[in-house]
Design a protein around this ligand. Structure first.
Ligand code: PGA
Length: 249
């Protein structure tokens, strides 16, 4: 269960939220938990989460190691701040900040090289879904943002994919479990076709887009939905915790 805080939460709010999350009873044999705060609160989050099983991720990064890239942050900087993961290719990065699949491919490669685990986001717009282009869009996002990995036929099994239909992000419109499952299965098959090992089975595919306490259980019942990337509902301890504890009856 991965929390994407986006551009939210001050230092104080981060402290309050993480105190409550780390104090809660969570069965970490049943769920892996990760939070992705903004860059400015990563260090604080790292300190507060020390000694817990909760993982930390960046929301974005540059693909170069260092240099004249004003406003950017490198893979090693994220690692130094305590991150094990990094979210890449989120639809907000793609649409608002013009990130292309080619850029995302570079970032994925840089993350893997630096020992960070990418959480690669893909997803179609409403127009694409209505035009019956969902699978074409997903296929080309996968082909192009994992281009180098495809050429090498090598993708670490730790890599995480996140299917986030753009029309469901922050809109309250969740994909139905069946709609999500259909795409997840498509992604799983694509993995099986493009990589030699069993990555199709081993790689985790998260669903994201208006995940809430009242819809997480039915999403998690789907065979190819392995977890969730949660935006809005991860900003409050009560809703985030009840999503994390989806496994409770
Ligand atoms: P949301 O965001 O849960 O607020 O829809 C999900 C995301 O963008 O990762």
């Amino acid at each position: 269960m991965a929390a994407n805080w986006k551009m939210n939460l001050s230092l104080d709010e981060t402290g309050d939220l993480l105190e409550r999350v780390r104090g809660a009873e969570v069965d970490f044999t049943k769920v892996d938990v990760l939070v992705a705060p903004p860059f400015t609160t990563l260090q604080l989050a790292n300190r507060l989460l020390a000694g817990t099983d909760i993982l930390l991720a960046g929301q974005n990064m540059h693909w170069e190691g260092k240099g004249a890239f004003t406003g950017e942050i490198s893979p090693l900087m994220l690692k130094e701040a305590g991150c094990s993961h990094v979210i890449l290719g989120h639809s907000e990065r793609r649409t608002l900040f013009f990130e292309t699949n080619e850029i995302i491919n570079r970032k994925v490669n840089a993350a893997i090289e630096a020992g960070l685990i990418p959480i690669l986001c893909i997803g179609e717009t409403l127009k694409e879904r209505d035009g019956k282009k969902t699978f074409d869009v997903i296929r080309s996002q996968l082909n192009e943002s994992l281009k180098t990995s495809c050429q090498r036929r090598d993708l670490p099994e730790s890599v995480v994919l996140a299917y986030e239909p753009v029309w469901s992000i922050g809109t309250g419109k969740t994909a139905t479990p069946e709609q999500a499952q259909e795409v997840h299965l498509f992604v799983r098959r694509w993995l099986g076709e493009n990589f030699d090992h069993d990555s199709g089975q081993g790689i985790r595919i998260l669903y994201g887009g208006s995940v809430r306490p009242d819809n997480i259980k039915e999403l998690m019942l789907q065979p190819d939905i392995d977890g969730a990337l949660i935006g809005g509902a991860s900003l409050r301890a009560d809703s985030f915790l009840s999503i994390i504890r989806f496994y409770k009856g």
